[in-house]
Design a protein around this ligand. Structure first.
Ligand code: AKG
Length: 251
């Protein structure tokens, strides 16, 4: 791993792909633990932390949030070790691990992830935070890999509005400007490849049109220098209430 190159790519593009960040054995261990969570822990998790694509069944499970609050193994993954260290390196800051998530797009029914900036959900000032997305299975355009708008982290916070996508309630309302179209790239990934993006980077993912699932681990880190914008947060909570959204994604 060339850490300097990883950081300069991240600073230039607003995201970086780190191939083989975890070994196949480490990925298998995480996959095994997610299976354990789905069997043993999900039944006791709060409703607003578990999202299904349509009916409630293991085959339609699409997202789990805040898993670290329910399980010491995943708390350790979030708060110790390699993921946290790379977040600190990229942000030039001490970081706090905020949440650990599970993402899937079930075969044929996994819906698209709307274009958004994570910072809109976080309400930080300055918006010093990263999201990590590590493939547990091959991800490509057919099953809905992550797509980024290169350099968008250097732009402004875009206007967001209500979507109908469970787990991603807010999306950019004017997405599709020439600067979006011209700079959009798809990042296919193999198991163990890690994608890291800045909280202002515009990103999305397509629907899963394939017969394969698309499972991934998600992690979010805030820099110690990022302060919660309490006024903006209160306004955001009010907005969610007015939209009848009981949960707040990510945090
Ligand atoms: O898994 C996905 O489809 C997208 C994940 C994402 O957008 C995020 O974690 O911010």
């Amino acid at each position: 791993m060339n850490l300097n190159k990883i950081k300069s790519d991240f600073e230039r593009d607003g995201f970086v792909r780190i191939p083989n960040f975890l070994s196949k054995a480490e990925v298998a261990e995480i996959g095994k633990n997610f299976n354990r969570i789905i069997e043993d822990v999900v039944p006791a998790m709060p409703r607003e932390a578990v999202f299904y694509e349509g009916e409630t069944s293991k085959d339609t499970l699409k997202q789990l949030i805040d898993i670290h609050k329910h399980d010491p193994y995943f708390d350790g993954i979030l708060k110790q070790g390699k993921f946290k260290a790379i977040a600190e390196w990229l942000l030039d800051d001490e970081v706090v691990g905020k949440t650990l998530e599970y993402f899937n797009k079930p075969p044929l029914i996994g819906k698209a992830t709307p274009p958004h900036q994570d910072g809109f959900y976080f309400m930080l000032n300055p918006s010093v935070a990263v999201t990590m997305w590590m493939a547990l299975e091959p991800a490509d355009l057919d099953n809905g890999c992550v797509q980024y708008v290169i350099g968008s982290h250097r732009g402004e916070m875009r206007p967001h509005g209500r979507t109908q996508t469970l787990g991603f309630s807010q999306g950019i309302i004017n997405f599709g400007l020439p600067k979006d179209e011209q700079n959009l790239v798809s990042l296919s990934a193999e198991p163990g490849d890690l994608l890291v993006h800045h909280s202002l980077t515009v990103h999305l993912a397509g629907a899963n049109k394939s017969q394969r699932s698309r499972k991934a681990l998600g992690l979010i880190y805030f820099g110690k220098s990022a302060k919660e914008d309490l006024q903006a947060k209160a306004a955001y909570q009010q907005l969610l209430q007015s939209q009848h959204i009981p949960d707040q994604r990510k945090i």
